[in-house]
Design a binder for this molecule. Sequence first.
Ligand code: C5P
Length: 235
Amino acid sequence: MTTKDLAPKDRIVVALDVAEPDEARRLVETLGDSVGVYKIGLELIYRGGLGLAEELVQQGHKVLLDAKLLDIEATVERATAAIAATGAHFLTVHATDRKTLNAAVRGRGDSPMKLLGVTVLTNLDRADLGEQGIDMPPLALVQERARLAQDAGFDGIVASGKEAAALHERLRNFTIVTPGIRPAGADANDQTRIVTPGDAVTSGAHYLVIGRPITRADNPKAAAEAIATEIASAA
Ligand code: C5P
């Protein structure tokens, strides 16, 4: 994909990592259109997050439903169709195998929802992969699964800043969504392999997933605006 049609602020995906939909609603009210996409993840999905997704879509917001689907084909297909019906703009699916990927593509049908593959969770290292019987460095597996996802008809992947650079080279017309972003000087929290918004953009990330540096800021809107300015100057 190309980012020239996207305003810098529209490349910001805010992770609504809060326990209650009402808390998420307050954040969305504060941030409004100062960011492009709102991400609803597993903890909120199981507490009314799907209803919240529909509500945000009706208000004109884009939603990334971080459902990380993985199951037998019939289940993935029907779950994808159900999520597409909410009007979500992006959905994440584990890109572990062709059957799962193809099922998600069938489930999306004619809906405009974009499918993003989760290649290898970034908390897993080579030893963790070994426990799964996979004898391969994580980056090589990321590249293999990203290729699988692209072949299946996915629109992009979620990848760390470090992986984004390697993937950007090889995968043309593929959307790269990057978490683990910290503006210079911000608290790393529990993230270890962090990149700044500017570095993420230069590595080839199209969308930047940002949680706490915006949601826990004293002034979330000002924090989002500062990040948009950094994206603009790096782009
Ligand atoms: O608060 P913070 O900016 O660290 O939030 C990052 C968001 O991106 C969280 O929702 C987290 O689950 C998600 N994420 C991540 N690293 C990955 C994949 C997703 O931090 N590799």
